[in-house]
Design a protein around this ligand. Structure first.
Ligand code: MIG
Length: 654
């Protein structure tokens, strides 16, 4: 059962597919006090809500936030932020995913549909409440009652609409690094992977492929014939995936800039001129993604890349990230770079960091004919960039495209996936990756993953192998790292056979992963779930924070600690314990309850649920182009597996 209370005059966020018969709308503006959950703070004109928690209630959700699967005990702030120093105490990340479920004797979900800044205090200092402060008087508040957390979430997924459909190759293994300069660097990556026999489906092009960081251009010295190059790689089964940043370089002759200025497609400053802020290209203007025409224009700009043969893209810097502007402290590029490499240096200089919040109060958008301050609609900026790109690519390409964005808001899942930004090389971040997979799936972001191995910092051999063993199961499986860190392509490490074994599992499992992903997508379901969603009556399963369900049939319990080759696992029911050694699958039945498992560094372990089976390929393929989704054998219990198959690139009809 879903009801929606409308406060004030909220703008259209594109999160909920409108006018659904299953939702009853209530205009709350006239009688604010009738609802006892609302404390109206007149002085600051914020909306406040408070929901009681029982001792055993679990609070699930909130997408891309720190903390556990159970969100109790912390504060979270939806205010999209590019802060590359992910700390445990951090309250805001790149996305705003304002959906949570309180699950206990009853299960109730809330979705705060507003692009304004929102604070969620979830049982902070044992308050036994969820307190929500919404920094506006305009809001749509959805309330969903269901039989379980899973049921509530499925109702929610149903109203926000179907997730973006990636091509099959996007489920392969991808290599990326900030610092690949030219075609030689890319060729070297590809040939080194081939040499060691590790499969590879795509390589990402970070900002250095562009001409001076100008969107939709190519640096011709570095890539003399990009079109030929892209096609040459595609013929060998490798896709190239270029990055696109949010800011458009201010420079006469830059066509995107000139068209944008001429048509009033950029965000404006107080004087109604295009707002200027410095990012990688130097001074830029930010497209006003809130205008439909600007979105159409920007989306169509991707033709400059699709014309070259690209079919996959990643959108970056779209919180938007700002180095400095006419309003903030002017900070030199060198200073920026030093801050980036030395977090402690940056932390000491609060106020002159990236994304000075100050800037967000000094530019404007045209939103449904109204002029609105960026701050009030901040959380939608990146999502609307993704919307622009997705709608554009849908028109430009006859088949599916790959798209993942850094910043997001619920609704953007219809146009692309997301990656979880600038994490670092640590086991703590690997654990966070697992937690994010559960909470992001609740918000429709099925196609997601983290920078495998970690973006910042140096990744040890052990961490990389453990991280790959987890990423084997995440739809987006991309090894990415920052310039200046130790290089972390798999072939750089000793005994590459171990890496081959771990990545081989991904390719052997692809028929299952793809099938389960597509089934979840088509049925508006989750692909990865917390254990409590599947075993809601099992109090112990509900408390598990380091295992996940993957599709209908698999449970995983990855190693998340340094120096460990054992871990305890909780099985809510009898399961088949599967070990993969690179070649063969070994199966044995394990009883319900706690068990200790052994997972050598070069093996991957997973579990198949009672009375379920899965399918794996008979042979290892070196990329998805060589993969035959039909050449499979079943493992697990003796029941049929209902496999979803399609060609992996045609758009879904309907
Ligand atoms: O200011 O394009 O999160 O993945 O490698 C840093 C360079 C800009 C941030 C992205 C990261 C990417 C990097 N970008």
């Amino acid at each position: 059962m879903i009801t929606c209370k409308i406060f004030g005059e909220p703008i259209e966020t594109d999160a909920v597919c409108d006018e659904l018969e299953t939702i009853s709308y209530v205009d709350a503006s006239k009688d604010l006090h009738s609802d006892e959950d609302i404390i109206f703070n007149g002085a600051k004109s914020f909306l406040k809500f408070s929901y009681p928690l029982l001792k055993d209630d679990i609070v699930y959700g909130l997408g891309e936030t720190m903390g556990g699967i159970n969100k109790r005990g912390r504060s979270y702030v939806s205010y999209n932020t590019d802060d590359p120093h992910h700390r445990d105490s951090m309250k805001s990340m790149y996305g705003a995913h304002n959906f949570f479920v309180i699950d206990g004797e009853t299960s109730v979900g809330y979705f705060f549909d507003s692009p304004a800044r929102i604070t969620f205090d979830v049982d902070v200092e044992n308050s036994c409440r969820v307190d929500v402060t919404v920094e506006t008087l305009d809001l749509k508040l959805y309330n969903i009652v269901g039989e379980s957390a899973y049921d509530v979430t499925k109702q929610f997924l149903n109203i926000i609409g179907r997730s973006f459909v990636p091509p099959l190759w996007a489920f392969g293994y991808g290599q990326s690094r900030w610092g690949y300069k030219n075609h030689k660097d890319i060729d070297e990556v590809i040939s080194n992977y081939q040499k060691v026999g590790i499969p590879l489906d795509y390589v990402c092009l970070d900002i250095d492929y562009m001409d001076r960081y100008i969107d939709f251009t190519v640096n011709e010295k570095r890539f003399p014939d990009m079109k030929e190059y892209v096609w040459e790689k595609k013929r060998t089964g490798i896709h190239l995936v270029p990055i696109v940043d949010a800011g458009i370089k201010v420079e006469p002759g830059n066509e995107t800039y000139e068209t944008g200025v001429k048509n009033g497609f950029f965000s404006t400053n107080e004087d109604d001129n295009p707002f200027q802020a410095a990012v990688w290209p130097g001074m830029t203007h930010f497209p006003d993604f809130f205008q439909k025409e600007a979105r159409e224009w920007f989306g169509n700009e991707y033709h400059k890349l699709t014309d070259l043969g690209f079919e996959g893209f990643w959108n970056d810097m779209n919180e938007p990230s700002i180095f400095y502007s006419e309003y903030s402290t002017k900070q030199s590029r060198l200073d920026q770079a030093l801050d980036f490499l030395m977090p402690s240096r940056a932390e000491k200089k609060e106020g002159s960091k990236n994304n000075s919040y100050h800037d967000y109060h000094h530019f404007y958008h045209k939103v449904e004919k109204k002029r609105m301050c960026h701050h009030d609609v901040h959380n939608l900026f990146g999502a609307f960039m993704t919307r622009a790109s997705g709608e554009g690519l849908q028109k430009l390409l006859p088949n599916r495209y790959l798209l993942f964005s850094r910043s997001s808001y619920i609704g953007a899942h219809k146009y692309g996936g997301i990656w979880t930004g600038d994490n670092h090389s640590s086991f703590a971040m690997l654990r966070q990756n697992l937690i994010h997979m559960a909470s992001l799936n609740m918000c429709g972001f099925l196609y997601t993953g983290a920078d495998t191995g970690g973006f910042g910092g140096n990744c040890s051999r052990e961490l990389m192998l453990r991280w790959l063993a987890f990423s084997d199961f995440t739809p987006l499986m991309r090894n990415h790292s920052a310039i200046g860190t130790k290089k972390q392509e798999c072939y750089r490490y000793k005994r590459t056979d171990d890496f081959k074994r771990v990545i081989a599992l991904r390719y052997r499992l692809l028929p299952y992963i793809y099938s389960e992903f597509m089934k979840a997508l088509i049925h508006k379901d989750m692909y990865m779930k917390p254990l409590g969603f599947v075993y809601p009556k099992d109090e112990k399963a509900r408390r598990v924070e380091d295992q996940l369900m993957v599709g209908e049939g698999i449970m995983i319990a990855p190693i998340l600690e340094a120096g460990e080759t054992h871990r305890s696992v909780y099985l809510p029911e009898e399961m088949v314990h599967v070990r993969f050694d690179g070649e063969n699958f070994y199966e044995d039945v394990m009883p319900k309850g706690d068990s200790l498992i052994t997972v050598p560094l070069n093996e991957v372990v997973f579990f198949i649920r009672k009375d379920h089976s899965i399918v794996v390929t008979r042979h290892l393929s070196m990329n998805t182009a060589q993969l035959d989704l039909r050449d499979v054998k079943p493992i697990g219990y003796d029941v049929d597996y209902d496999q979803y198959i399609d060609d992996g690139y045609s758009k879904l009809t309907n």
